[in-house]
Design a protein around this ligand. Sequence first.
Ligand SMILES: [Zn+2]
Length: 80
Amino acid sequence: MSPGVKTKRAGWIKHADRISIDEYWQMDSAMEGKCLACGDIRSMCEPDARWYLCDSCEQYAVHGPHEFLMMDLVTEGADE
Ligand SMILES: [Zn+2]
């Protein structure tokens, strides 16, 4: 992974990009990914997808639930 990607990623991640553990399992079973740029859910996404193209904002920012876990973006509670 290049340093450039890391910088880009850090710039995108907002508090709102976190998912709950419930969403994690939902995304995992439904094969969904979430866009870090606009927050939209994309279907037909592998659980470990990284930098998939988002249909909504046309940025390569969709990540599968496993990647959210890796980036420490999965919260314990349903609320936060
Ligand atoms: Zn998007």
